[in-house]
Design a protein around this ligand. Structure first.
Ligand code: AMP
Ligand code: MN
Ligand code: MN
Ligand code: MN
Length: 295
């Protein structure tokens, strides 16, 4: 059996509903699953009962984007695991991010109109449903209307950082994001460390230690797109620096069709034992934090 501690549902830019994600986990031998939607933690509450019924251990999560002018041009995402999805401070912060995403989507529609591509704002919002609107929703709508032939083309021509319809999204400073996760009783994990784009292990290690001093608890050691050498380095670094070890596929369904749940590009294997390690550490902290609930 496998673990997958980084996945997206229709509560953000994934194409499967939380229920469908649980069914897929069951079919793919994934017995411990974290749903880590962008800026949104609602999927856990929506599907916890169903996950229990199907015998899947569901972990409440969220993925936050960090405001960081990295000289490498890379980006930092922070995954919160074992969070209390109903925590007041978390809910306020996520509501704020979700509202900002809605306003950003309207601005992107205006920019698309300026280059001759018309999308209806109401249609976009209803396509996103309860979820957090992101560029993949816009890309999908452009494709459905025949205005681009693929999601990749939508990003390349219009929605990517250098595209005419790009609007930056609201992000949080690292310290604040880690604090929000901790306030909600969770642990803060650096998502897909490869995306920081540091050219050497040494420079990446330095940055990870800086983030640790700001509240980082652990690393996604197991994630798609990293070769065995990088994974082994991350594992050793995490062990040496007392950082927790996590991992997941970053599954999005149709929005990233090459990535399979629990399997990434086919060669990912997230050992189930890491979930026990994370839970043990989470329990120890719970004693210190006195958040008074079970993982
Ligand atoms: P946003 O959070 O709205 O800025 O959108 C970022 C999301 O878009 C990422 O989490 C990916 O899921 C998706 N994405 C980014 N670049 C691409 C791309 N080139 N093709 C398809 N999806 C992408
Ligand atoms: Mn995404
Ligand atoms: Mn990410
Ligand atoms: Mn993700």
């Amino acid at each position: 059996m496998l673990a997958d501690l980084h996945t997206h549902s229709t509560f953000s830019d994934g194409s499967l509903s939380p229920n469908e994600l649980i069914d897929l986990a069951s079919d793919h031998w994934v017995s411990a699953l974290a749903i880590t939607d962008h800026d949104e933690a609602g999927a856990f509450l929506a599907v916890k009962e169903y996950a229990d019924k199907k015998g899947i251990e569901l972990i409440a999560g969220v993925e936050l984007s960090i405001e960081c002018p990295l000289s490498t041009g890379g980006h930092v995402h922070l995954v919160g695991l074992f969070i209390d999805a109903q925590n007041e401070a978390l809910r306020i912060a996520l509501y704020d991010l979700k509202t900002a995403r809605h306003d950003r989507a309207l601005k992107m529609i205006e920019k698309l109109t300026a280059v001759g591509l018309r999308l209806d704002a109401d249609e976009l919002c209803s396509a996103a449903g309860n979820g957090c609107i992101g560029r993949p929703h816009i890309a999908l709508m452009l494709k459905q209307k025949g205005l681009v032939s693929s999601l990749g083309e939508a990003f390349k021509k219009y929605l990517g950082r250098d595209g005419p319809a790009y609007v930056p999204k609201k992000k949080l400073p690292f310290l604040q994001a880690a604090e929000i996760i901790h306030q909600a009783g969770g642990i803060a994990i650096l998502a897909h460390p490869i995306s920081l784009r540091f050219p050497t292990y040494e420079s990446l290690g330095k940055e990870i230690l800086r983030l640790k001093s700001l509240g980082l608890d652990g690393l996604e050691v197991y994630c798609p797109g990293s070769d065995g050498y990088f994974r082994d380095w991350l594992l050793q670094f995490a062990n040496e620096q007392q950082l927790l070890v996590s991992g997941g596929s970053d599954f999005h369904g149709k929005a990233k069709p090459d990535i399979q749940l629990g399997r990434g590009y086919g060669d990912l294997f997230v050992p189930l034992e890491i979930v026990d390690g994370l839970k043990q550490s989470w329990r120890k902290r719970r004693e210190t934090w006195d958040v008074g609930r079970d993982p």
